[in-house]
Design a protein around this ligand. Structure first.
Ligand code: FMN
Length: 287
């Protein structure tokens, strides 16, 4: 993918935005988005194991007038005039693939100085299904508003404080070396430090950060796992962890690319002793 500036800067800049100006996207960014949504430049490692994903820019004035008054985001989003909604065919890695692609789209929008907000739960699926003519074999894992920011309203600031939207788990909780009892030493992994930091600061449903990564001790091979939660609050977000890991893989992939670190994505299910709550997803192997 081509960005106008460093992907590290773009990942740091992205933040969920829920208060928008009543303004349609200007012509130039609009045509860039149209091109982006053809997905010609986005290569997800899950692609060959997933059905097709498709995305559409939808403007609110196109909604049925009855629905138009209150676009279906349960009051979470204010002022947005346009959304990107997508659908994927149901398949083995559909959610991981969608997570990767949609995050790549969101980062490209961030690069265009547009704001976005992943919405996996708080939108009316029936309304958006109609808009994109959802087929029986498809699902809509998430959508996003897209547009120009207005100052975050009080409600939005409240949502962010409840979600602790700025805080992330520490390195020790997320990244391991050799086994799940040994946290990785970030000073001993060279440029992979930046790559893992870009995974760490990524967005996730409920800011749950379910990604756990284990590096082999003697080689640059990274195994990605998701952590399913059994707490009452955390388990609400279990249905999103496969999307979240797609986001983590996207951040890893784009940052490694930018830093010129070459590797291959592989599905190898390594023979590693792991906590019950972790499920293996994919590995990155330096080449
Ligand atoms: C898969 C996914 C689903 C999400 N669903 C919602 C949602 O339904 N409603 C909402 O307000 N925010 C939603 N979010 C946004 C997260 O709450 C947000 O990313 C997190 O709190 C971190 O804040 P940040 O994005 O500003 O860094 C979702 C995020 C992801 C990745």
């Amino acid at each position: 993918m081509q960005f106008s500036k460093s992907i590290v800067e773009i990942i740091k800049e992205r933040t969920s935005w829920r208060t928008y100006l009543n303004k349609l996207i200007e012509n130039e960014p609009r045509s860039q988005i149209d091109k982006l949504l053809k997905l010609e430049d986005i290569e997800s490692p899950f692609k060959n194991l997933s059905g097709r994903s498709r995305f559409q820019l939808i403007s609110v004035p196109e909604f049925d007038p009855e629905e138009n008054i209150k676009i279906g985001t349960y009051g979470m989003i204010k002022g947005a005039q346009e959304f990107i909604a997508g659908a994927t065919e149901k398949s083995k890695y559909d959610l991981e693939n969608y997570g990767y692609i949609f995050e790549a789209v969101i980062l490209a929008a961030t690069d265009m100085n547009l704001k976005t907000c992943w919405l996996g739960g708080t939108f009316k699926r029936s309304q958006f299904s109609k808009m994109i003519q959802l087929k029986d074999n498809e699902i809509i894992p998430a959508i996003t508003p897209i547009g120009y920011p207005a100052t975050r309203r009080l409600k939005e600031r409240f949502i962010r404080s409840i979600a602790k939207a700025k805080v992330r788990k520490s390195w020790n909780e997320l990244f391991y070396s050799g086994d799940f009892n040994t946290p990785i030493n970030q000073e001993s992994i060279g440029e992979y430090k930046t790559i893992l930091e870009m995974v760490r600061i990524g967005p996730s449903a409920g800011n749950n950060q379910p990604w756990r990564i284990l590096k082999d001790v003697n080689r640059d091979m990274f195994h990605f796992f998701v952590k399913y939660s059994d707490s009452k609050r955390g388990s609400i977000y279990n249905k999103f962890v496969r999307v979240d890991i797609g986001i983590a893989v996207c951040h890893f992939d784009l940052t490694a690319n930018e830093l010129g670190l070459k590797g291959r994505w592989e599905f190898i299910n390594p023979d590693i002793i792991k906590p019950e709550s972790l499920k293996y997803v994919i590995s990155w192997n330096a080449t």
